[in-house]
Ligand binder design. Structure first.
Ligand SMILES: *Cc1c(COP(=O)(O)O)cnc(C)c1O
Length: 410
């Protein structure tokens, strides 16, 4: 009998990177750090180096990596029941609905898996609502969206992106979207017509570069939607669940959307789940068979999300973001780097915009990685700092000690 050579483990970082590059589609350009473990705000690479995670998986890990209570919920539920499909009911779904509605003052929920699916779901819902309730002629529904938006990567969604690369080579696209500049109230007012069924916006543009609209813009949007009987949909997949120092970013503007989309941190980074939160009028248009997803609303996702929501509140993570975000920003400004054009953000959603001649944000992210901080450039010239919301003031101070010299480098 011949023995098969056993594959040697552990693999080195270089070997693992080579495997990804050999077999994987190249649709990302990751930093070359191979992470094998995470706890709270910290992650470790395969060589045992420790890093502070200042991206939080694009704000999916607001509760910190491997939050013990969320992981316990995952394991316990995984041993009991994971998937029934919605052909049958399960004992977690109703409880998830009730708890998420109580926390967000919503009346109806539709659970999906990814953020993009929540966006696709709401597009279907507001279109059907418009035909049934507003008398929009068949196939004429329009949805107003912002330039520089990010709502995901499906064909319909990239079809209303203003980002050249997101669209290039992927057409033809879904019609029915009207794009206007973000933050311009006059353009918004002019975009409505009798076929407008909804406005779909991020309250703060995340992937677009942490762009905060001018004061009064979202309240004006609320008012125009009411006047024109259009549904106000806010995509809070990134801004929601405490990231900006409020449970939802809309609270900074004193408005309430008709529909709110959540995803990402809804499971604390443990399991994919997203949801459309709505009043009964809009989601009420769906009849059995109109929409669905095999994994949407599965008991594993629901059990995880219930605990992920609970720890956000119980452990004061939203308040922590409200407290430490302004401090972090103020200290970043006080570094006084000549490369920095602006530091902006809300809560722990922070963008540092560099001058065009700073040589791009990527080299700063690479230098930060060498000093134990992981973050990702967005839009060439912007460094985003979005650590898990469990970060402490001492840890922010440690981060600033690393960031200072990097921002000041030649
Ligand atoms: C990440 C994101 C999405 C898409 O979520 P996926 O889970 O990646 O599909 C949609 N909208 C916003 C604002 C996001 O940040």
């Amino acid at each position: 009998m011949t023995m098969q050579a056993t594959p040697k483990e552990p693999f080195t970082a270089a070997e693992l990177i080579a495997l990804e590059d050999e077999y994987g589609a190249q649709n990302y350009h990751p930093l070359d750090v191979v992470i094998s473990r995470g706890q709270g705000i910290w992650v470790w690479d395969v060589d045992g180096n420790k890093y502070m995670d200042c991206l939080s998986a694009y704000s999916a890990v607001n509760q910190g990596h491997c939050h013990p209570k969320i992981v316990d919920a995952l394991i316990a539920q995984a041993r009991k029941l994971t998937l029934t499909s919605r052909a049958f009911r399960n004992d977690q779904l109703g409880l998830f609905y009730k708890e998420v509605c109580a926390l967000t003052n919503s009346h109806m929920v539709l659970p999906m898996n990814s953020g993009a699916e929540a966006v696709e779901t709401v597009i279907k819902a507001v279109r059907k609502w418009g035909y049934a309730n507003k008398g929009v002629p068949p196939n004429k529904a329009e949805i107003i969206v912002a330039s520089n938006n990010f709502h995901g990567r499906t064909i319909t969604i990239v079809g209303f992106s203003s980002e050249e690369q997101y669209q290039s080579g992927f057409g033809p696209f879904t019609p029915g979207f009207r794009m206007i500049p973000f933050g311009d109230p006059e353009a918004l007012e002019a975009a409505f017509n009798e076929n407008t069924v909804a406005v779909l916006f991020e309250p703060i543009q995340g992937e677009g570069g942490i762009i905060i609209p001018p004061a009064g813009y979202l309240p004006r949007m609320r008012q125009l939607c009411d006047e024109h009987r259009a549904v106000l949909v806010l995509d809070e997949i990134q801004t929601g669940l405490g990231r900006t120092g409020k449970f939802f970013a809309e609270e900074h503007e004193g408005i309430v959307a008709d529909i709110t989309l959540i995803g990402k941190a809804l499971s604390g980074g443990v399991y994919p789940i997203s949801a459309v939160l709505s009043n009964k009028e809009v989601l009420g248009v769906f009849k059995p068979g109109d929409h669905g997803s095999t994994y949407g609303g599965n008991p594993l996702a629901c059990a995880v999300a219930r605990v992920a929501l609970r720890v956000l509140v119980e452990e004061g993570m939203v308040d922590n973001a409200a407290r430490l975000g302004p401090y972090f920003m103020e200290q970043l400004r006080s570094i006084g780097s000549p490369h920095v054009k602006e530091v902006r953000g809300r809560g722990l959603m922070i963008g540092v915009e560099l001058h065009p001649d700073a040589g791009g944000a990527r080299r700063f992210c690479e230098a930060l990685m060498k000093r134990g901080i992981l973050c990702k450039e967005t839009h060439e010239h912007i460094i985003r700092f979005a650590p898990p919301l469990v970060i402490t003031k001492d840890e922010v101070d440690w981060a600033l000690e690393q960031i200072g010299p990097v921002l000041s480098m030649a």
